[in-house]
Design a binder for this molecule. Sequence first.
Ligand SMILES: [Zn+2]
Length: 228
Amino acid sequence: MKLMLDENTEVELQIEAHKVKNLTIRVLLDGTVKITAPISMPQERIFEFVQSKKNWIVKQQQLQKNRREHAALKNAKGPRIQLLGKTYHAVFKPGAKEGFELNQDDMILTAKDETRIQLVFEKQAKLMLEELLNQKRGKLDLIMDDYRLNHPEIAIKKMKGKWGSCTPAQAKIVMNLMLIHLPVKCIEYVLIHEYMHMICPNHSKRFYELIENVMPDYRRYMKMLKEE
Ligand SMILES: [Zn+2]
């Protein structure tokens, strides 16, 4: 039922009669005022009580409204997204200038509309992967020097069904852009794997020995990749 607290303030009232001694009052999340009253208490008395609590009710309703808005904002957050093995909550932020920002567990993607955020993410993913591969390739290039092989060119592409590929004759390695979702060690394993194909094109015992020389615990990461 509705109750006017004053000329401007109307509240939704929910009254339950129980075998209780005292009247209790609560403001629910949707702003409804819930009263639990002794069975014998006349409705008039209940209304009087609610009227006397007007200021408190208005304050509680505001608090509940804040709570609802906070919850709505949380639900408005996009899907979970993995970046270098850490989980973030993708958050779309409307803005003229495209941008990417990490804030604790949030990945804030700024774009003029929501259809662009995948592109914003992929652009950033490519930059991050490039930087990581540049960091990790140094010691592998030294191994190429030992074998008098060219330093391979590394390209990053979106690929289906494989994490990386190597064409030794062209000294070319392609790394899957989607690797950005995985932990750094897994990405490093794929890079080493493709580099070692420059020396040994098949998946022979020797090939894996070459990998093991660079990354003794490579089996762990190879296994993690297979589970992806
Ligand atoms: Zn291979």
